[in-house]
Design a protein around this ligand. Structure first.
Ligand SMILES: Nc1ncnc2c1ncn2[C@@H]1O[C@H](COP(=O)(O)OP(=O)(O)OP(=O)(O)O)[C@@H](O)[C@H]1O
Ligand SMILES: [Mg+2]
Length: 424
């Protein structure tokens, strides 16, 4: 009995902060769990009494929150396996978290019915992921079949996240910017990834959280600034991208910038008052942390985003985003450069900045910001599009890829494409 194709194709997007997963039948929106695992203290009496995590040595999924408050040694026991999308080869704890997350994801959806032959899983990793991460993911799926004693997964493919985005947009030649919590991948695509033009910028949503925390501290909310989840929420609701930071700063006390953030389901509210204009710093930092304003931040010890390397050349973590796009596109043949500027796609939660009503003119969305930045550098014919489901289109691309490529297209290490069958 063979299952319908939509059920048998399963997408897995391994983001730094969240794993997005599920079969093609889910349509546009996948399931999501935090990309983290908790190693409980199995000697704890509470854990034993409550039957706790089933004497499990590692917990993933919603159960993790049961442990968050209770433990003082949380930093040691909570493992976020990916740093900017990458895991070291010998980081066993992180790899075991990835394995349990993968098991959790698959077992939630894959039917345990006689005759079911297993799903075809398409996993997406950061474009910067080295070969051994691909190998490890293949192994993890193979081991899961063995441990579950049945064919949960029939075949696996692993593709780079920006390539998945290009597939989801159905455009042959384009430049994809994928920004999540940890980094931005700037990736020209022309039928496939142009790997030697890939640049990974070591800053993204998580760095904006640091700016947001700094603003909270400055405004006298030092206690709240220590709670990462609250800071992230504050950033997502009040953070803005300025059309021009200079213009905002020339008009700092404009009352329309004012805003109060009420923490859902609590009595906490945050009023930035006369510092409200600083909301714009949060978004500006994402696009241009080299803006002069931030030099005072760095002087007082605010951490600069780390540098990265592309083809052996240093890319400063503070390079403005338009500059990085230009550097990346210039590594491609001049013939396709116009096409690469003509179709720039923005994907990932890191680009999801909103323009609240009444703020038009001062605040802009990500695509407008980048278009303005590129045009200021003399690049014409630019089209920047924020993808429709920025947080989910890597997963959507995984599923589309799995539906599209033929069964007999077997894995090829040179192309890094195709199906690796687990029984061969
Ligand atoms: N409305 C919003 N405004 C600003 N930032 C947002 C918004 N919504 C989500 N984000 C940010 O997007 C980031 C998460 O994006 P995403 O889910 O694409 O990351 P990820 O896939 O888990 O990680 P990565 O792609 O780095 O491996 C977080 O930093 C989050 O705060
Ligand atoms: Mg992502």
């Amino acid at each position: 009995m063979s299952a319908p194709k939509e059920l048998s194709v399963f997408g897995e997007d391994y983001g730094t902060s969240e794993l997005k997963f599920g079969p093609a039948t889910l349509g546009n929106i996948p399931d999501v769990i935090e990309n983290r695992g908790y190693f409980p203290d199995t000697r704890s009496s509470m854990v034993r009494m409550t039957g706790g995590p089933d004497k499990k040595l590692l917990v993933v999924g919603p159960d993790v929150s049961n442990f968050v408050e209770a433990k003082r040694d949380i930093a040691e026991r909570m493992v976020y396996p990916m740093r900017s999308g990458v895991i070291d080869r010998d980081d066993d704890r992180s790899w075991s978290v990835v394995k349990e997350l993968t098991r959790y994801a698959l077992l939630r959806h894959v039917p345990d019915s006689p005759g079911f032959e297993g799903v075809k899983a398409v996993a997406a990793l950061s474009a910067a992921a080295p070969r051994f991460m691909y190998e490890r993911l293949f192994d993890i799926h193979r081991e899961l079949n063995q441990e579950e004693g049945r064919k949960v997964v029939k075949a696996v493919s692993v593709i780079p996240q920006p390539f998945a985005v290009a597939i989801s947009q159905k455009v042959l030649a384009c430049t994809v910017l994928e920004a999540g919590a940890g980094n931005v991948q700037i990736a020209p695509v022309s039928s496939g990834m142009i790997f030697n033009a890939l640049i990974t910028l070591n800053r993204a949503g998580g760095d904006c959280d640091l700016v947001a925390a700094e603003i909270l501290r400055d405004a006298g909310y030092g206690d709240l600034a220590r709670e990462p989840k609250l800071v992230k929420l504050f950033k997502e609701s009040l953070g803005l991208v300025p059309k021009s930071l200079k213009d905002v700063m020339a008009d700092k006390s404009n009352p329309k910038y004012g805003a109060v953030f009420r923490v859902p389901n609590t009595r906490i509210s945050i009023d930035l008052d006369k510092n409200s204009w600083q909301r714009f710093l949060i978004g500006e930092y994402f696009f241009d942390p080299s803006n002069e304003y931030f030099s005072s931040y760095y002087r007082r010890g605010f951490p600069k985003p780390a540098d990265s390397y592309a083809e052996g050349r240093l890319v400063s973590g503070t390079t403005d985003m338009a500059e990085v796009i230009i550097q990346s596109v210039q590594k491609c043949s001049f013939e396709i450069q116009p096409a690469l500027y003509r179709s720039i796609f923005l994907s990932g939660g890191g680009f999801s900045w909103q323009v609240p009503q009444g703020m038009e003119g001062s605040a802009v969305d990500s695509s407008t910001k980048l278009k303005l930045m590129l045009e200021a550098k003399g690049i014409q014919g630019v089209n920047v599009t924020l993808t429709k489901n920025p947080v989910y289109n890597v997963w959507q691309g995984c599923v589309a890829y799995g539906m599209y490529i033929p069964d007999d297209f077997t894995w090829d290490w040179d192309e890094r494409e195709g199906w690796q069958y687990l029984d061969r």
